[in-house]
Design a protein around this ligand. Sequence first.
Ligand code: ATP
Ligand code: MG
Ligand code: FE
Length: 354
Amino acid sequence: LLVLGIETSCDETAAAVVARNAEGAGRILSNVVLSQFDSHAIYGGVVPEIAARAHTECLDLLVQKALDEAGVSLTDLSAVAASAGPGLIGGLIVGATSGKALALATGIPFLAINHLEAHALTAGLTDAIRPPYLMLLVSGGHTQILWVEGVGRYRRLATTIDDALGEAFDKTAKLLGLPMPGGPSVEKAALNGNPRRFNLPRPMIGREDPHFSFAGLKTAVRHAAAKISPLSEQDIADLCASFQAAVCDSVADRVRLAIRSVLPLLPEGTPRNFVAAGGVAANKALRSTLVGISDEFGFAFRAPPLELCTDNGAMIAWAGAERLALGLVDGLDSPVKPRWPLDPDAAKAAGAGV
Ligand code: ATP
Ligand code: MG
Ligand code: FE
């Protein structure tokens, strides 16, 4: 199977061609991503209307580039997949409509892909891991622990009750005057900092419900910073290191709880895999924490390479190929869904949309 994937749910315009063989192994033939970061920088966040227009301007060219780099033409494709939610509605409409038009013109199936499902299945493409596996998705918009039972079968074990982890990194960077995106800035500053200088809260530790919370931690950094004036470079480094240490402790506690809850679902002899994805999975301190916990419980830790952890077209194409292999195609009348929880029961129980 040869699938074209289109991603336009946020501020990255992306297209890719991915192949899947009969044994279920994937191969990336091309993967082009254009970040709109500069268009939004002066506003301090993503402006939905600007994002949608930027997608319209460059998507055609990116699709052509993805086909050229893969050395295939539209008529070689088995299907077109586009992210159809969750995300910003303008961008989703641009990507899904383009995907449908290409499918209609070529006479091949269209697949409306859940962006979170695409993140969740990426490990099958990069590491040939088959479900079931446990997954931590940590990005700018999401912080979830998922139990991936199979393609199309997901149980959300935990989510954030306030800020996403990437958002907490970004807000912390902003309040300390560090450049965006905040995650890499905080990580870099933390390298020279003392993680024990500030005694910040470890949100949710010991709580029986499995969820995350980061808003209070970010506020604690604000209060600690407000007591020092002016902030020296060393103060900032110490705050970043202390923040990162608190994040790692909190995530570690939540992940341990999730692992304990899925252990009974894994009979003796079943491979134990723990997968991390999303931009925050690039954080080295967090990664080494996750490697440590995986070791504790006999899980193998896997994280797709960074360019496949953040938003990209290959993950959409791959999710499309996995669904197509199961015969799960979508109609050209299928809607885009700005809110589209992977596990509707869990979302309803938490009263949250995603
Ligand atoms: P979503 O995929 O949920 O719609 P998004 O597109 O913003 O959101 P990603 O592109 O996966 O998410 O990740 C971006 C986030 O990852 C940003 O919040 C950024 O600060 C964070 N991030 C990137 N690198 C690091 C790092 N080294 N340490 C911590 N956070 C990081
Ligand atoms: Mg992004
Ligand atoms: Fe994403």
